[in-house]
Design a protein around this ligand. Structure first.
Ligand SMILES: [Zn+2]
Ligand SMILES: [Zn+2]
Length: 247
């Protein structure tokens, strides 16, 4: 179980199948502490409603489940990096209101998808970083968008964002395992921030890290020492630091 899950989709983007309150109840039942609602940007072709989730006077930072369990709720986004110029669908008006800004490559980045070029992909990420904030780079090793590992680690160190190990990507066979392992090893060696997230779209996925645990065990890696979201204090420092940068 992921105590602090920083990558969950809700009905807000019509990608997840749950409302915010359902997610809070699922998290409480699973013994979780914190959920970051990180719905997709508008390039996924769906109507987005970030206005309510980012308004702390309407969605407080702690919500009690129906059984009375307090769950911390963050307002995030999973923006799309759309092309080699680093265009993104992140709504600029909300940038300072998000608790965390995540972004990643998805199928609507059509030119990059068809090129499958590590050099073009890293250029796209670098151009995005010159124009927009990034706190978590989601599923860095998703198969259709390969990246050169060392250059990726260089950027993570320069800009301070965290690299994600994504349970759903591993479970569904969507991660390039060779690149994933190379990235993990180099990230640990060079002290780059790492997070483990579920990318949960449903109750089956929210807070789950079974495939991450299997991957770590197979490669003899200790998750406790490498993932910042396994430690509440480290996570809260990270969130505060990243938020300050955007203000
Ligand atoms: Zn994604
Ligand atoms: Zn996602």
């Amino acid at each position: 179980m992921i105590r602090n899950d920083l990558h969950i989709h809700s009905l807000q983007s019509l990608c997840g199948i749950h409302s915010l309150m359902e997610i809070v109840n699922i998290a409480a039942d699973k013994g979780m502490n914190l959920v970051n609602i990180s719905d997709h940007g508008s390039a996924n072709g769906k109507t987005m409603v970030f206005g309510v989730i980012t308004d702390k006077s309407r969605v407080p930072p702690v919500i009690h489940s129906t059984k009375g369990v307090p769950i911390k709720v963050l307002a995030g986004i999973e923006a799309n990096i759309l092309n080699i110029d680093g265009d993104s669908d992140i709504p600029r008006d909300y940038i300072s209101k998000f608790d965390l800004v995540s972004a990643g490559f998805h199928d609507m980045a059509e030119d990059l998808l068809s090129a499958q070029s590590p050099q073009k992909n890293i250029q796209a990420l670098e151009n995005y970083l010159k124009r927009y904030p990034l706190d978590i780079f989601t599923h860095p090793n998703i198969i259709p968008f390969p990246l050169p590992t060392t250059h990726l680690i260089d950027l993570a160190l320069e800009y301070g964002f965290a690299l994600e190990i994504n349970n759903t990507n591993l479970r569904l066979g969507k991660a390039n395992l060779e690149l994933e392992l190379a990235m993990l090893n180099e990230a640990v060696a060079r002290s780059v921030r790492l997070v483990e997230n579920s990318d949960g779209h449903s109750f089956l996925e929210i807070g789950e890290n079974e495939s991450i645990l299997q991957f770590l065990q197979k490669n003899d890696i200790d998750g406790y020492s490498i993932f910042l979201n396994r430690h509440d204090d480290t996570l809260h420092k990270f969130i505060a630091e990243r938020k300050q940068i955007r203000e």
